[in-house]
Design a protein around this ligand. Structure first.
Ligand SMILES: [Mg+2]
Length: 256
């Protein structure tokens, strides 16, 4: 991981899409700052596609896709994408909606198994707005140790589910989808490839995206997790969280 300032202007100039994580990257300490939000308008005005990539729920992503200065959002860790094309929202979902009731039942049974071992676990407060995953709160309104979070991931994987740890939740789902494949599909729909994109994130659940994108950035807090991540970003910002995000946008702007 090198400092962001070491990125060549040539690399920065090739960026046609900015893919970004939300929690811990675009939003720090539960507050979206106007300076962070307006930096999206800056990249948009440079002709860069803005694509949010998050574990957050369908209900939140619906609003983002419609109102935010973004071109697409990949939500619930890749379960779906909502893209704005010619002012209409184009929705793309991995699972067939007909499978929804049985799918929910499977998630609920898995949660009950987790509760049998850790009876203090709580679902994330945004669970009601989710369609395709189960989010266990580890650091948003509850406190669960990283050790327990890692054990939850192991239990879920043993049961055939997938799980990822963010800075606030453990997200759990069934199905062969992930953020990177849904992001590549969104890029493809815009006529772009991963070589045209840059990804910025902060946590272990960003590791697959860091591995997928040839150009990737971690905000400074990513260093806290470097021993448990398979893929590290190429570059690290000086600032943490949203400060790091704005730092990246300023860096990209300065090269154009
Ligand atoms: Mg994050």
């Amino acid at each position: 991981m090198q400092p962001l300032s070491n990125m060549s202007a040539g690399n920065a100039l090739r960026i046609k899409a900015l893919l970004f994580d939300l929690d811990g990257t675009f939003v720090s300490e539960d507050a979206l700052l106007s300076s962070t939000y307006s930096s999206l308008e800056k990249t948009k005005n440079l002709g860069i596609k803005n694509i949010a990539v998050t574990g957050r729920p369908a209900g939140w992503c619906d609003l983002m896709a419609r109102w935010w200065p973004i071109d697409a959002v990949v939500g619930e860790n890749g379960a779906f994408s909502y893209s704005k094309v010619n002012n209409r929202i184009v929705r793309n979902t991995y699972h067939d909606h007909l499978s929804y009731p049985a799918y929910q039942q499977k998630l609920q049974s898995l949660f009950e198994e987790l509760l049998a071992k850790y009876n203090y676990l709580k679902l994330a407060s945004d669970q009601s707005f989710r369609h395709w995953d189960l989010a266990i709160d580890i650091a948003e309104e509850s406190e669960v140790s990283l050790e327990v979070a890692l054990d939850i991931v192991r239990i879920c994987q043993d049961k055939g589910a997938r799980a990822a740890i963010s800075n606030i939740h453990v997200n759990i789902w069934f199905g062969d989808y992930n953020k990177e494949n849904m992001s590549l599909k969104v890029l493809n729909d815009f006529g772009l490839t991963k070589k045209d994109g840059i990804y910025i994130g902060d946590s272990p659940n960003d590791s697959p995206m860091f591995g997928c994108f040839p150009l990737s950035i971690g905000v400074s807090s990513v260093s806290n997790y470097k021993d448990i991540m398979d893929n590290l970003p190429n570059y690290v910002t000086k600032g943490s969280g949203a400060d790091g995000f704005v730092e990246l946008v300023e860096f990209i702007s300065s090269t154009r």
